[in-house]
Design a protein around this ligand. Structure first.
Ligand SMILES: Cc1cc2nc3c(=O)[nH]c(=O)nc-3n(C[C@H](O)[C@H](O)[C@H](O)COP(=O)(O)OP(=O)(O)OC[C@H]3O[C@@H](n4cnc5c(N)ncnc54)[C@H](O)[C@@H]3O)c2cc1C
Length: 475
C-alpha cells in the first residue's frame, strides 16, 4: 500500500499536465492544489497497512444496506479522490457482471484490474464524457471521427485509441484513468465500443487541467468548505495511446457498450446524491443559524423559507435512504443501489439546489458576498470595528457572524459555490439522462393497474370500443 509520502512521490511520474498555459512538472509541488494533496496524503496515512498484500477496507464492496450507508458516510469524511476511486471500482465490478455473457474475457480482465488497483492502492478517475462534437449526431455520424474516443489501430498485443474525455475530475492527481463509452453504440460503431484502463503517465495522454477559483495562498477560514477539497478538472487528450490487451475490458461489443456507462451512472449518482443530502441539511442549519444571528428567525416569511429547506432536505434524505434500503445483490454478491430511487434523488437534488441557494442567500443577506475577510479581523487597526459592526443580536460576535457568511458564500456564491451549482446539475450526466433512467425503472404497469382499479376493474379495450366504461365507474 501507499502512505502519504508514497502518494506524493507517485505523482512525479512523467505525466503530461498543463494548467493555465504551463506544463506542470510535479503536481505534488503545485501550490493551488497543495491543501487538497495534503488531505489526500492524510487519508493515505490513515489507511496505510505495511502488511504484504494489504488493501484499503474502504475500497471493498459493502455487503449490507447498513454497511453501505456507513461506507458512504466514511467516504464523504475522507477525500474526494478516495471516494471517486471507490465509485469507479464498484462501477467496474457492476459492469463486469453485466458483460459476462457477451465478453467473459473482458469481465475477467476487469476483475483482475480491480484487484491490481486495490493492491497498488492507486487513485482512479472516470473518463466517460466525450467531446461529442455535434450532439444531434451519433458517434459514427460525426464529421470528425475523433469526437468520440475510438480505436484507430489493432495490434496482436493491444489497441491504439484516439479522442478526448472532458471534465474529468481529479485526473492530474490520480494514477489510473478508467475509460469507457459515454453511451450505447450502434452496430457499425464497433470502434467506439471501447472500455479500458490507462495509466495517467502513458505516452500520448495529455491532461489539460483547470482549477476552481481559489488562490494558492488561501486562508482556510476564507474557504471553509472548499479549502482542502478543490479538485483539478481536466480535458484529457488521448493522442494515439497504446493500451495492452490485459487492460482492455470491451472492444467492439456494441451490445454491451452501455453497460459501463449505466453502471458508473448508478454509482456516481448515488455518491453525488449522498453529498447533496448532507449539503441540503447543512443549508438548513446555516439558514437557521444566520437567521438566529440576524434576529429574524421568528419572522413569518423567514420561517416559511427555512421550512422549504427542511422539506427539500427531508424528501432528499428519504429518497436517498430508499436507494440504499432497496439495494439488491448481483450475481457476484455486490450490493447494487436501487436505480429508481438513486436517479429520482439525483433529479430532486439537481433541480432543487438553485431554490435552496436562493432561499439561503435571501435569508442571510448581502454580507454573503461582502463580509470582510477573517484576515481583516486579525488586523489591529480594524478588528474592533469589524467585530462591532458585523455583530448581530446581543451575544453574537462579529467574527462568528462573518464566518457564517464565509461558509454560505463558499457554498453558494464564490468560485467553489459556482462549481457546486454546475456540478449538481451536470455531474453523473445531465438531469435529462437521470429522468430517462428514472422513468425506465418506475413500475408504470403497476401505476396503471392502480388507476384502473378506480374504474372498478374495467377492461380498457372494451371500454374504448363501447365509448364508455364497460363495468361502469366504481363509486
Ligand atoms: C464539475 C464537473 C465534473 C465532472 N466530472 C466528470 C468526470 O469526472 N468524468 C466524466 O466523464 N464526466 C464528468 N463530468 C461531465 C458531466 O457528466 C457532463 O457535463 C454531463 O454529462 C453533460 O455533458 P456535456 O457537459 O458534454 O454537455 P452536453 O452533452 O452538451 O449537454 C448540454 C445539454 O444538452 C442536452 N443534450 C445534449 N445532447 C443531447 C441529446 N442528444 N439529446 C437530448 N439532450 C441532449 C443535455 O441533456 C444538457 O441539457 C463533470 C461535469 C462537471 C460540470
Amino acid at each position: 500500500m501507499l502512505n502519504g509520502e508514497g502518494y506524493r512521490a507517485s505523482l512525479d511520474d512523467g505525466r503530461s499536465v498543463y494548467i493555465r498555459g504551463e506544463r506542470i512538472e510535479n503536481m505534488a509541488r503545485y501550490a493551488p492544489v497543495a491543501a487538497t494533496i495534503d488531505r489526500i496524503a492524510r487519508t493515505y496515512d490513515r489507511g496505510y497497512d505495511p502488511a504484504p498484500g494489504a488493501t484499503n477496507p474502504l475500497l471493498a464492496a459493502p455487503r449490507s444496506a447498513e454497511e453501505f450507508r456507513e461506507r458512504l458516510a466514511q467516504l464523504h469524511g475522507e477525500d474526494l479522490m478516495l471516494h471517486v476511486t471507490y465509485q469507479s471500482l464498484m462501477a467496474l465490478l457492476t459492469a463486469a457482471g453485466r458483460i459476462e455473457q457477451d465478453f467473459p474475457e473482458g469481465a475477467a480482465r476487469v476483475r483482475a484490474y480491480v484487484e491490481d488497483c486495490r493492491r497498488r492502492d492507486v487513485r482512479m478517475v472516470q473518463c466517460i464524457t466525450d467531446s461529442k462534437g455535434d450532439r444531434s449526431r451519433s458517434a459514427g455520424a460525426q464529421t470528425d471521427p475523433d469526437q468520440y474516443l475510438h480505436v484507430v489501430e489493432r495490434r496482436d498485443d493491444g489497441v491504439v485509441i484516439r479522442g478526448a474525455k472532458l471534465h474529468i475530475s481529479g485526473a492530474a492527481i490520480a494514477h489510473e484513468l478508467m475509460v469507457m463509452p459515454t453511451k450505447r453504440m450502434k452496430p457499425g460503431e464497433e470502434e467506439y465500443a471501447v472500455a479500458c484502463g490507462v495509466a495517467v503517465n502513458t505516452p500520448g495522454v495529455k491532461i489539460v487541467s483547470t482549477m476552481p477559483d481559489q488562490p494558492g495562498d488561501a486562508d482556510p477560514r476564507e474557504f471553509p468548505l472548499s479549502w482542502d477539497r478543490v479538485l483539478p478538472e481536466a480535458l484529457i487528450v488521448f493522442d494515439d495511446v497504446f493500451v495492452p490487451n490485459e487492460r482492455i475490458f470491451l472492444d467492439g461489443h456494441v451490445a454491451s457498450s452501455a453497460a459501463f456507462a449505466h453502471s458508473l451512472g448508478l454509482w456516481e449518482r448515488l455518491s453525488a446524491t449522498g453529498g447533496q443530502v448532507r449539503r441540503a441539511e447543512q443549508a438548513v442549519g446555516l439558514a437557521q443559524l444566520i437567521a438566529e444571528a440576524n434576529g429574524t428567525e421568528r419572522i413569518p416569511h423567514i420561517r416559511d423559507k427555512v421550512n422549504d429547506l427542511v422539506l427539500h432536505a427531508t424528501l432528499l434524505r428519504a429518497t436517498f435512504d430508499a436507494a440504499l434500503v432497496k439495494s439488491r445483490e448481483d450475481s457476484d454478491g455486490i450490493l447494487i443501489p436501487d436505480e429508481l430511487n438513486t436517479n429520482a434523488a439525483k433529479v430532486l437534488a439537481g433541480e432543487g439546489w438553485a431554490a435552496v441557494v436562493a432561499r439561503l442567500v435571501d435569508i442571510a443577506g448581502g454580507s454573503t458576498m461582502t463580509a470582510p475577510s477573517p484576515l481583516d479581523f486579525d488586523h489591529p487597526d480594524v478588528a474592533e470595528h469589524l467585530d462591532k459592526y458585523m455583530s448581530g443580536v446581543d451575544g453574537i460576535s462579529g467574527i462568528y457572524r462573518a464566518r457564517l457568511f464565509h461558509l454560505i458564500k463558499n457554498m453558494t456564491a464564490d468560485g467553489f459555490g459556482g462549481w457546486l451549482n454546475v456540478t449538481t446539475i451536470h455531474a453523473g450526466g445531465g438531469l435529462y439522462a437521470q429522468r430517462l433512467v428514472m422513468r425506465k425503472h418506475f413500475d408504470m404497469d403497476s401505476a396503471k393497474a392502480t388507476a384502473l382499479a378506480l374504474l372498478g376493474g374495467v377492461n380498457p379495450v372494451q371500454a374504448e370500443r363501447a365509448g364508455a366504461p364497460a363495468g361502469g365507474i366504481a363509486r
